[in-house]
Design a protein around this ligand. Structure first.
Ligand SMILES: C[S@@+](CC[C@H](N)C(=O)[O-])C[C@H]1O[C@@H](n2cnc3c(N)ncnc32)[C@H](O)[C@@H]1O
Length: 459
């Protein structure tokens, strides 16, 4: 180990920064965030300093006397001799010293930090490659979202009372492990601290010190795995059981926890693997067994996804749940097809409908749909495409209205077929498209000729 990692308490301690440029400004700012009282020595100060109040400024060149009463010093001048002098003087007085970009003159170095106060993660390469430390910090940014700061503060609030309640340190560790991986933590993440507090106190009373299960209703987006939200990914890595639909793409499913149990509950046209009521019951049963259940749905769970029905059942059984929105097919597919759903010149409104056929017909408000300057997005419309187009024409839309149908949008298998209300049904049949497909109707479809950007390689 090149350096011994520690965290210093600098509250109200006087710290010296020598130099008045941008780098000094950044160092002074971090010291102030840690509660230090900062003194700057430099003949000049850059603009940035003007906005920091409560800083003691000495408009002078460095002299050894400036170190009197100082707890820690950072040298950030561009003069090597001054930096060496500061380092030597500080070392003689046993004052920790950091000289920017010169590890040989330092008695301490500063890490790249991920600040989730009170949680703090520090990265150091021992001065070998500060850039690498910053890249690694970037990777952890997504894994440790800012809400972890809130969770840390929550844990601190109950640390003493839990200690008083559970004297055995092993049992206490297990208790905290259960809390920090439980619905209590999720309540804190979503800002429901009161409910989290009540749950923690109930768990403390319970001799088992175990928490009940919970359900995460998560939107998996339209297919491309990197269109998931950070929150979706975090919960996917946490769940013990995954219930997923046929619309959830393989790469997305692969991102769930390796050892999680995966249950396919998909619905496909013509054969329902599991009726909706059975899915609702299964969610309840698994959560009551204490499991963290991930209900993973294509797109957004609240858009043609029956997510509302599933959480109604959970709510009736008083099971904790949270809903994570996903990118719905309309936004994802349109973006990847180069078709903006609204446009100042072509569409001032956009409407999402389902084109599901019932007894050979489609139960839609045709008057409301057949408006110019409006984009219509039709989910589940492939089999009713002919009915859809002829009804829209019959209700007043021009036969020449641009229309497109997109198969497996956002994925490497994306296919886009364009035409008009008059030609699209035949064009789609000729192309032998298969579900899932999304239909987009309106003037905006023409923009694809200029805006198309995603053409997956079919070789
Ligand atoms: C039961 S709905 C679920 C919609 C989903 N909850 C959402 O927000 O996107 C299924 C329909 O969504 C559309 N869809 C979903 N993903 C798609 C994709 N990648 N490409 C084309 N259409 C898609 C298709 O119309 C499909 O039949």
């Amino acid at each position: 180990m090149e350096f011994f990692p520690i965290f210093l308490n600098l509250k109200e301690k006087k710290c010296l920064v020598v130099g008045g440029g941008e780098v000094s400004f950044r160092k002074a700012s971090v010291l102030m965030q840690a509660g230090a009282s900062v003194k700057i020595v430099s003949p000049e100060l850059c603009e940035a300093f003007k906005n920091i109040p409560n800083i003691e400024y000495v408009p002078d060149r460095f002299q050894a006397a400036h170190l009197n009463g100082i707890t820690l010093v950072i040298a950030a001048t561009d003069d090597i001799e001054t930096n060496e002098e500061i380092s030597n003087e500080a070392k003689q007085r046993n004052i920790p010293v950091n000289v920017v970009d010169n590890p040989d003159l330092c008695t301490f170095i500063m890490p790249a930090i991920l600040n989730r106060s009170p949680l703090m993660v520090a990265f150091s390469t021992g001065g070998a490659s500060p850039v690498l430390a910053r890249i690694l910090r970037g990777k952890l940014e997504t894994l440790i979202p800012p809400e972890y700061g809130r969770l840390t503060a929550f844990a601190a609030k109950f640390r003493q009372s839990v200690k008083a309640h559970i004297s055995n340190s092993d049992k206490r560790r297990i208790f905290w492990e259960n809390v920090l991986e439980s619905p209590i933590a999720e309540q804190v993440f979503s800002g429901n601290e009161k409910s989290a507090e009540a749950m923690l106190l109930a768990m403390l009373k319970d001799n088992n010190h175990c928490s009940a299960g919970e359900v995460f209703l998560v939107g998996a987006g339209p297919g491309a795995a990197d269109l998931l939200t950070f929150r979706a990914l975090r919960l996917m890595q946490k769940a013990d059981v995954v219930l997923y639909d046929n619309l959830v793409s393989k790469p997305v499913l692969e991102m769930t926890r390796r050892d999680a149990q995966r249950i396919f509950v998909g619905k496909m046209r013509g054969h329902h693997t599991m009726p909706q009521e059975s899915i609702n019951d299964l969610l309840v049963r698994l959560a009551k067994e204490g499991k963290r259940v991930l209900r993973l749905k294509g797109g957004d769970p609240f858009i043609f996804g029956r997510g509302g029905e599933e959480i109604e059942t959970l709510s009736a059984h008083k099971i904790n749940f949270q809903v994570v929105p996903g990118i719905t097919a309309a936004s994802g597919v349109a973006a990847y097809a180069g078709i903006p759903l609204t446009h100042r010149d072509h569409a001032q409104s956009c409407i999402f409908v389902t084109g599901h056929l019932k007894d050979g017909g489609m139960n839609l408000d045709w008057e409301m749909l057949a408006h110019p300057n409006q984009t219509i997005v039709v989910y589940m419309g492939l089999h009713g495409l002919e009915v859809l187009c002829s009804k829209l024409i019959a209700h007043g839309l021009q036969e020449s209205t641009p229309a497109a149908i997109v198969q497996q949008g956002t994925t490497q298998n994306q296919r886009v077929v364009c035409g008009t209300l008059a030609t699209l049904p035949t064009a789609a049949e000729t192309a032998k498209l298969k579900a899932p497909t999304l239909i987009i109707i309106g003037g905006v479809v023409k923009l694809r000729e200029k805006l198309s950007w995603f053409e997956p390689d079919k070789t």
